[in-house]
Design a protein around this ligand. Sequence first.
Ligand SMILES: *[C@@H]1O[C@H](CO)[C@@H](O)[C@H](O)[C@H]1NC(C)=O
Ligand SMILES: *[C@@H]1O[C@H](CO)[C@@H](O)[C@H](O)[C@H]1NC(C)=O
Ligand SMILES: *[C@@H]1O[C@H](CO)[C@@H](O)[C@H](O)[C@H]1NC(C)=O
Ligand SMILES: *[C@@H]1O[C@H](CO)[C@@H](O)[C@H](O)[C@H]1NC(C)=O
Ligand SMILES: *[C@@H]1O[C@H](CO)[C@@H](O)[C@H](O)[C@H]1NC(C)=O
Ligand SMILES: *[C@@H]1O[C@H](CO)[C@@H](O)[C@H](O)[C@H]1NC(C)=O
Length: 370
Amino acid sequence: MYILVNLFVLFLFHSRTAAQNCSVMACSSSSSIPIRFPFHLEGSQQPESCGYPGFSLSCDDRGRTILRLPHSGEFFIREINFPMQQILLHDPGDCLPKRLLELNLSGSPFLATIYENYTFLDCPMKLTNSAIGCLGNSTHTVLASSNESFVRSMALVCRVMVSRPIPISWPVQYYQGPSDYLNQDLQLSWFTPDCIDCEMKGGACGFASNGSQDIGCFSIPAIDRASKGLLVFRIICLTIALPAIISSIGIGVFICSKHQRRSRNGANNSLQSTDPAAVIPQPSILTVGLDESTIESFTKIVLGESLRLSGPNDNICPICLAEYQPKEILRCIPECTHCFHAECIDEWLKISSMCPVCRNSPSPVPPDDT
Ligand SMILES: *[C@@H]1O[C@H](CO)[C@@H](O)[C@H](O)[C@H]1NC(C)=O
Ligand SMILES: *[C@@H]1O[C@H](CO)[C@@H](O)[C@H](O)[C@H]1NC(C)=O
Ligand SMILES: *[C@@H]1O[C@H](CO)[C@@H](O)[C@H](O)[C@H]1NC(C)=O
Ligand SMILES: *[C@@H]1O[C@H](CO)[C@@H](O)[C@H](O)[C@H]1NC(C)=O
Ligand SMILES: *[C@@H]1O[C@H](CO)[C@@H](O)[C@H](O)[C@H]1NC(C)=O
Ligand SMILES: *[C@@H]1O[C@H](CO)[C@@H](O)[C@H](O)[C@H]1NC(C)=O
């Protein structure tokens, strides 16, 4: 057994040295956006060959991460979801609808997953509801809607500016107003290079060798001799003991989190608590669940008759495996847009902060770029 493990370790070390010397970069020390393969930070100590063509990023002087699209200019990156191969962008000028009107993704590796036909209307009056504030002025209001009957009724007083497919990040049911959600961040996906399997395994994706266009999957970087033991432990977990460990840890976390919630409710200074549960070290991949106000802040939707749910969702709740029915209440995790029956996901999030499908942790507070 140990011979096998050691061979595997040697293999990992070997593939690490064959891989390129690509450190993970970030635009500032407080940035939550790691820049690593397929992305590459321009002008940094990362050699250009550390990134895939089309994935160059830069930083502004306030430490924000910038993506420049060949035909559509610069966007700020809010988040990069490596396992899902998605990026979340926002407009430096805070007027995403305007940018969406001009968006041309050709020449970039990024694609929008959902398009919806939108009509932009210029109305000679002040409307506050569902207006795109940044496109209007003191006497005119700009509206955008995908609802044809709404557009027809408004066209009596408003001028139709343009009608065209607009990339949207969220299915229509998520938001009520006809325009305001064009102001949400823009989510784009990439499909090449395909590192999904590698990311899911916690590996480091990269070019297989210098000068090659083939993609390889390497061990997590920064393995030194001190953490060799940890690596062996990981390998044992991955190959043999994973199912057993997961179930026992799951039970442990459930008990711990119940404990912690109870002690959090009881006394605020739980750090000084002598509760024995507080000193049990927890493996770093595990986090306890979210509190109820955070869970409650995630979008809830009521399914319509059409059962239309886009994004990464199909019509089955991944937790209870039951098919969705009209009028059922779903809750979606904002970061990854995975949706579930509200009653299923609420229970889950109380004991685990990870999305059950993609294992991303939803952050309680949206990242702030100031
Ligand atoms: C790899 O990175 C280390 C530390 O950043 C540096 O000292 C070394 O010269 C790099 N090696 C190559 C081949 O770029
Ligand atoms: C995007 O821009 C390129 C280059 O300017 C142009 O050839 C192409 O037609 C544009 N695509 C769309 C959909 O406008
Ligand atoms: C958008 O409109 C075009 C023509 O106006 C139509 O061909 C297309 O199917 C529509 N797309 C959607 C998603 O409604
Ligand atoms: C407001 O915008 C409209 C076009 O949308 C323009 O015709 C008008 O002159 C603008 N008014 C002011 C005060 O800027
Ligand atoms: C579309 O707009 C009409 C008229 O404003 C409204 O009655 C209808 O409920 C809207 N449909 C949807 C799906 O929002
Ligand atoms: C990788 O290849 C490039 C040219 O293709 C060369 O300049 C560079 O030195 C090589 N790097 C390593 C670490 O072999």
